[in-house]
Ligand binder design. Sequence first.
Ligand SMILES: [Zn+2]
Length: 733
Amino acid sequence: TPPAASPGSPALPPSASSPSSPPPPRSAPSAPAPAPPQSPAPPTPPPPPPWRTTPAATRSSPTSTSRPSTASSPRTSAPGDPRAPRPPRGRAGAAGEGRGAGVGEARPPARAHRRQARRRLERRRPPQGRQGLRRPPRRRRGRTARESEVLPEAGAEQAYLRGLQRHQEFFRLGQPQRRPQACRRRGQIKDAVLGGVALEDEQREKFNQIQQELEKLSEKFSENVLDATKKFEKLITDKKEIDGLPASALGLAAQTAVSKGHENASAENGPWMITLDAPSFMAVMQHAKNRALREEVYRAYLTRASSGDLDNTDIISQILKLRLEKAKLLGYKNFAEVSMARKMATVDRVQELLEKIRAASWDHAVQDMEDLKAFVKDSGSAEANDLAHWDLNFWSERLRESKYDIDEEGLRPYFALPKVMDGLFSLANKLFGITVEAADGLAPVWNSDVKFYCVKDSSNSPVAYFYFDPYSRPSEKRGGAWMNVVFSRSSVLARHGSSVRLPVAHMVCNQMPPVGDKPSLMTFREVETVFHEFGHALQHMLTRQDEAFVAGISGIEWDAVELPSQFMENWCYHKNTLLSIAKHYETGEPLPEEIYAKLVAAKNFRAGTFSLRQIRFASVDMELHTTYDPSGPVSVYDVDRRVAEKTQVLAPLPEDRFLCGFSHIFAGGYAAGYYSYKWAEVLSADAFSAFEDVGLDNEKAIEETGRRFRETVLALGGGKSPLEVFVAFRGRE
Ligand SMILES: [Zn+2]
């Protein structure tokens, strides 16, 4: 669940797809995000992390990687910011368990494990100590003690002792085994240093003051954005004025009107209330034929929180000043260096990458604009002569409908869940040499829909297990899709008689349940989603690290964690892979070739434009946190304008104040981190290109490349820097 715009829906910039609920990289299975506006609608609130996230994903544990439905969950954590949860990976807990297991419903087994550990502790503590150990009761979802048959925690006591022993040996062991521990420790120390622990008295006090001040300012920033968003209301009584809006949007507008006191409002007869909330705003930008209305709403959106009581201008400059001061206290040149201290990227590399993509996207974006103009002209509209920002979304929606519209619902019969899973597993077999077998009954499950699988290597020995909870259950399960860690691979926690505790993952989707004899039928997006989450699960399960701290997805830098997941998505567009999966569930008829071609074309529709849009956000973020002097004469708007001129085919409006609503970087965890979206996308595309280079239909070469991917990206976890891992796979940076 993350930000990188996924292939399907190009980079959804912050505000892109949905102003108030930020667009995740791609939309979720259950609720596809609206297509992003292509003109600079300012980014908004909650920052979608680079891995996908669900609206409710906020509740999920840091070790979970989920993807959002239409809104991404604001993981408002700044990587360097100790108080906020860190994005993808969690800090491994004491025992290297994905602790943070804060996970709601997602990880039953870990809870039982903690329960056991607690009982052990309780036995040793005096009675009064107990109170403190007890946690508030949580909803329990099905795990029983019998699970320990698969999940080695029976005999945990001995395992613990054995682990201790092994640990003692561990420190006498040679380099390779020690690296993970050392790395981990370096990471912890770095976190602590970034949190100011190394500072002396006065400086430390100063540092703490800055932190507190920054917190307040960020809070104020997002309050202003929210209030400014709420403030705009436009009541429409004449149906002609909102011609073009789909029924669902009219219904929403009428409902909003009712909530504002127009009791008799109805979708059919109005009145209708338009607001700047994402669904309302997007509906107008994409569908309202009334150009004046689009302009009015667009301008209001673009200038949110930029004047009067709710003006964020001054807050932005205070935030930038304090961040710079904080960076200097910590011994860094600027805030971007602080942000990058715990990421895969460096400032120079990010700048280089952004410029490279910008240059490569430019001509395509210019072409997109030409195509759009030609289309508008052909449609006979006078708007063709002076296309403005508020026209772009509207017309590109019409263009998309005319050329690439895919009837998502109509494709469902081609994607039956069992067939899709078979295809996915046989792809994993081809690439990584693993076999996935149903293991229902081996472990108890919390709902009869939940499936349990065993993953075996080429010698037929189990290497991992995973749960798969595929169907939507609205009353008890949140929307979206995600992958969670149940257990990490660990030698310390190995069960008696075995050398390692095998990893267990947990994949969750929200698809239509089967009805009668009809299997669960999926949309293409849902197919991509399953591939995506399985990519995360593979990295968790195929790890070769025996230290839970760095096994699987644990300890991986947040700008690298989406690599395997997005990598897997690419296979959905590989013709042979897709066509082997997509067979009509009743007739067995394969997906028609022209539909396959449309899926590919839709993926690339206006890709240059979307790409530039993300580059604009990432570049302005980088500039403000590197070279910009917040105490100097140049305003943040000047910086933004300069960037926009290089990244927008249509020059920005002079009153463009999108920065005042850029919550990702001023109120979320994306300060000097917005680039992560692109970074992850590039990494995964580059990894996939290793397969293209050897020829996607060259079985032998694909197998070799797949094995190398397994032994590097999927195996090394957080024990090695992601750049080293990538080089080990790709043979270059
Ligand atoms: Zn993800």
